[in-house]
Ligand binder design. Structure first.
Ligand SMILES: [Zn+2]
Length: 242
């Protein structure tokens, strides 16, 4: 029985299914009568790491993206562990055992070591430029458009002044690089913010359930992008000046 379920689950679970497992686990732990709003996303942490927090009556979980293909019983164990830690419940030994067995499997160890190497090494230039500070621009955009939920993203100006690549989001390091041509007092702030906003959207989409690797600028992406206040102005400016 135990073995079978591992083999049955060959396909990756959808984020919606994972969310249901978290809700189900919450109910089983009998923390409150009603279930809170639950948000789950994958997150490219360095190594195997997961977080959960309780905010404004909602639960926000970030699951290591190394668990994308984890079978449902592992997600279930993880949900129980995270919720038990958050609400100070005792974690059943068999749950810890199930979770550990998965984490210690050869396959997972390899995955974890690989990303540790890749994600740990990336060097970014200082986000504080001569003219613009990417960190403050990021914080402002994060608060205005992402409810402050975009975190743990490395920021840096590119080494070279590229006109071809204006910005880049690297999902394996969870970092955003903006071309140094924008760190210039002749560039209006809304333009720099727009380029950064575009990459922040890529960061957000990379962890969502409907992430489309082949079509990174999907209709959904473009619709989100239009929410940027100076969307038209920025595009016009870029067309004219770059
Ligand atoms: Zn893009």
């Amino acid at each position: 029985m135990h073995q079978l379920s591992l083999f049955e689950d060959k396909r990756a679970l959808t984020i919606e299914r994972i969310r249901h497992i978290f809700i189900e686990s919450y109910r089983e732990l009998r923390i409150t009568r009603s279930s809170p709003f639950m948000h789950v996303e994958f997150y490219p942490f360095v190594g195997i790491n997961h977080t959960i927090r309780f905010r404004n009556g909602g639960l926000y979980a970030r699951v290591s993206d190394l668990f994308r293909e984890a079978p449902s019983e592992i997600i279930k164990a993880l949900a129980i562990i995270l919720l038990s830690k958050l609400f100070r419940r005792r974690i059943p030994a068999r749950i810890t055992h199930t979770y550990r067995a998965f984490v210690n499997s050869v396959d997972m160890k390899e995955k974890s070591l690989l990303t540790r190497g890749q994600r740990g090494r990336k060097l970014l230039c200082d986000p504080k430029g001569h003219e613009y500070n990417l960190t403050s621009l990021f914080d402002r955009l994060n608060a205005e458009y992402f409810e402050g939920r975009l975190g743990n993203i490395g920021l840096g100006w590119s080494l070279r002044k590229s006109r071809r690549i204006l910005g880049h989001f690297d999902p394996s390091h969870s970092s955003i690089t903006i071309s140094r041509i924008f760190d210039d007092n002749r560039i209006p702030e809304f333009v720099v913010s727009y380029v950064l906003f575009h990459e922040m959207l890529h960061a957000q989409f990379s962890t969502s359930s409907n992430f489309d690797l082949k079509n990174r600028h999907s209709c959904q992406f473009k619709n989100e992008e239009k929410k940027f206040k100076s969307y038209k102005e920025s595009n016009d400016w870029l067309k004219e000046n770059l």
